[in-house]
Design a protein around this ligand. Structure first.
Ligand code: FAD
Ligand code: NAD
Length: 457
């Protein structure tokens, strides 16, 4: 794509950081002929996170829920440059981003990219609240390598335990799988794990499968706190029936390679574990933290502060931030929010292009500058604030049951059970990024219902 448009005006450079829900939704909706578009992300694919909890136990194959950035970029109307790189630092004054290439063999594979406009969509990292031992001993469930690591740990522990005598306490420890965090990530994964034990392992290793125990630890009195009370009750009752050991009001304080220590009221409890999955929510990434330190307006530790047009406070003229890396009251760190923000930003950038065109024309023709100024002001006032439309929340809770808290107009409707599970399935199929993903996910579900889950590592 040439550096200028046909009329001689410069084509501005738009750098997009990240290839997640926010950035990919922007890229899919953006008229990429209007900018010199550069995408920077260490992950060269989009990951459909809602089905990630289904992958460690083999309900869904990892390849079914990813879509390469290059295939998305190829479908864009204009050229898109992609760097498989991590953004290390943003300089909002010089308008540069320092990036470190992950694919280059060179030791100093760092370069500075200039931008006119920057979109920060780097997501968040799992939080540990500084609890000792979590990083060293637990697995998170955020990215593909996390799911692969959990799978290996689960399968290895089962095989190791099978070599030990049923009276050996080490066997009991290896077979205790603990999930910390009763948000939707922890709940969906605990549910998938119990399904795997009940539906698959029970056929091949009936005795051992009875010894396996899934424990879910939550600091608050209930799990799934963003759902309606009736749905929370439904999920907790089902967990009891499924024999998932639900420990609420229990806050983990320390983790060693074999034991977690938790506080439950005044009592302290040691829970030996074989596999530990940690899902206690989000914290800002290093690049976001470093950007926050550069601007006085950025005085929150929860995420990048933005205004109602998703502009970064302190750099409103050149930087937007979307998705989990941001903090704005009422906008939660969900795929739904990030997706709608990406969509919205694509339409804003279209208007911004027109504004920039008028600015350029005005600079070329000073006699008519007041005419252009009026057009610019009209377009600027046309850029409305981002309005989030909440469609509801869904979660899989095991035994082919799901819960749904659905928004219909101003009202919320609740539903739970097997029919809701079918709705959950169809909603996620519809949400898949590509037709290819949709077919692969549907085939995975069919395969599991005919042949069971593939538990090979
Ligand atoms: P992400 O999708 O996390 O994308 C961030 C991108 O930035 C990634 O491509 C990453 O590689 C890249 N990146 C990271 N660091 C850098 C860097 N330094 N430089 C450049 N790029 C970088 N939400 C729902 O609404 N419904 C659900 O059912 C649901 N299920 C979930 C299940 C799981 C297991 C998880 C973990 C989350 C789930 N979420 C769900 C939440 C949802 O995934 C997030 O809210 C969403 O991914 C946020 O989108 P994002 O674009 O901000 O970040
Ligand atoms: P979360 O923030 O929703 O939940 C984390 C839970 O961990 C909280 O309930 C918290 O009380 C608990 N916790 C924190 N510290 C603890 C400790 N020391 N000991 C025990 N418990 C502790 O986190 P998440 O589930 O990872 O979700 C992150 C985001 O992604 C949320 O916005 C969520 O809505 C979204 N998400 C949505 C879905 C869905 O809609 N189905 C699925 C997964 C994630």
């Amino acid at each position: 794509q040439s550096a200028t448009f046909e009329n001689g005006s410069p084509r501005k450079t738009l750098v997009i950081l990240g290839s997640g829900w926010g950035s990919i939704s922007l890229l899919k909706n953006l008229d990429t002929t209007l900018y010199n578009v550069v995408v920077v992300s260490p992950r060269n694919y989009f990951l459909f996170t809602p089905l990630l909890p289904s992958t460690p136990v083999g309900t869904i194959e990892l390849k079914s829920i990813v879509e390469p950035v290059r295939s998305i970029a190829r479908r864009a109307p204009g050229e898109v440059t992609y760097y498989e790189a991590e953004a290390l630092d943003v300089d909002p004054t010089q308008k540069t981003v320092r990036i470190k290439s992950l694919s280059s063999a060179e030791e100093h594979a760092e370069i500075n990219l200039n931008y006119d406009y920057l979109v920060v969509g780097v997501g968040a990292q799992p939080t540990t609240f500084g609890i000792p031992g979590v990083f060293e001993n637990a697995s998170f469930l955020k990215e593909i390598p996390d799911a692969q690591e959990i799978r290996v740990k689960v399968m290895n522990n089962i095989e190791k335990a099978a070599t030990l005598s049923p009276t050996d306490p080490e066997r009991k420890r290896l077979l205790n799988f603990v999930v910390v965090g009763g948000g939707p990530t922890g709940v969906e994964f605990a549910a998938e794990l119990q399904d795997y034990i009940d539906q698959d392992l029970s056929k091949w290793m009936p005795a051992l499968s009875k010894e396996l125990k899934v424990t879910l630890v939550e600091a608050l009195p209930n799990i799934l706190n963003m759902f309606d009370k009736s749905l929370i009750q439904y999920a907790e009752d089902l967990f009891k029936q499924e024999k998932i050991d639900l420990k609420t009001n229990t806050m983990v304080k320390n983790v060693t390679p074999t034991v977690i220590t938790a506080k439950c009221g005044d009592a302290t409890e040691d829970i030996p574990y074989g596999v530990l999955v940690w899902a206690t929510g989000n914290a800002p990434r290093e690049v976001s933290k470093s950007l926050m330190t550069k601007m006085e307006a950025q005085d929150s530790r929860r995420g990048l502060l933005i205004n109602d047009k998703l502009q970064l406070l302190g750099a409103e003229d050149s930087i937007w931030a979307i998705g989990d890396c941001t903090f704005y009251p009422g906008l939660f760190p969900t795929a739904q929010v990030a997706h709608q923000e990406g969509d919205y930003l694509a339409s804003v950038l279209k208007k911004q292009y027109k504004i920039d065109q008028y600015k350029w024309q005005s600079s070329q023709n000073s006699a008519e500058s007041s005419k252009y100024q009026a057009k610019i002001e009209r377009l600027q006032s046309n850029i409305k604030a981002f309005k989030y439309s909440h469609q509801g929340a869904l979660a899989y809770i095991g035994s082919e049951q799901a819960i749904a808290d659905l928004a219909v107009g101003e009202s919320m409707y609740q539903s739970a059970g097997s029919f809701t599970f079918l709705f959950w399935k169809s909603a996620y199929l519809a949400m898949c990024l590509s037709f290819r993903n949709r077919v692969l996910v549907a085939l995975d579900w069919c395969k599991v219902s005919f042949f069971g889950r593939d538990s090979s590592v």
